[in-house]
Design a protein around this ligand. Structure first.
Ligand SMILES: Nc1ncnc2c1ncn2[C@@H]1O[C@H](COP(=O)(O)OP(=O)(O)OP(=O)(O)O)[C@@H](O)[C@H]1O
Ligand SMILES: [Mg+2]
Length: 142
């Protein structure tokens, strides 16, 4: 089955974080994700959107898309920005690493909550995170 076109939410103001989270929840429910997966997705979108708002100055976009593979349905998040980028991605992925007094659990938390996670970042060019949760839900796997 073909994947659907994405829905893009701009994140340039703090209240856009909640808007992105609501859009993710609605999409996840409409494709039939479990309640656990809906919460995992919504939390991940909130963390990534917060990072766009707090770490980039310029903001960015969250694109949400229903994806299908081998009979499974999932939701993909793409969080992109043209902001300052991350100098040391390995450090940023570690629990407790923060450059602005946060908890430093956003990115590693998203990696744990989602089934697939990729991050690429270039200093001075921006950051792109792609993450997918599948219908079974990461937390329901043995
Ligand atoms: N989109 C981004 N652009 C630039 N830097 C980023 C971006 N996202 C994350 N970072 C960097 O990676 C660090 C770790 O991000 P993470 O979300 O894990 O923690 P945090 O945002 O600092 O705190 P928390 O999310 O727990 O409130 C950030 O402190 C910041 O330096
Ligand atoms: Mg964060």
């Amino acid at each position: 089955m073909k994947n659907e076109p994405g829905m893009m939410v701009a994140v340039t103001q703090e209240w856009h974080v909640a808007r992105a989270q609501r859009a993710a929840t609605a999409l996840a429910r409409s494709v039939g994700l479990s309640q656990v997966a809906v919460y995992s997705l919504a939390t991940s979108v909130s963390e990534l959107a917060n990072n766009l708002f707090f770490h980039t100055r310029v903001g960015g976009t969250i694109t949400l898309r229903a994806v299908r593979q081998n009979g499974s349905v999932g939701v993909e998040i793409v969080a992109e920005d043209d902001g300052p980028g991350i100098a040391d991605v390995d450090s940023a992925m570690r629990d407790g690493f923060t450059t602005n007094g946060g908890l430093g659990v956003g990115l590693p938390g998203v990696k744990r909550l989602m089934d697939e996670f990729e991050i690429e970042s270039q200093v001075g060019a921006g950051t792109r995170v792609v993450a997918v949760i599948w219908s079974a839900g990461a937390t329901l796997q043995p």
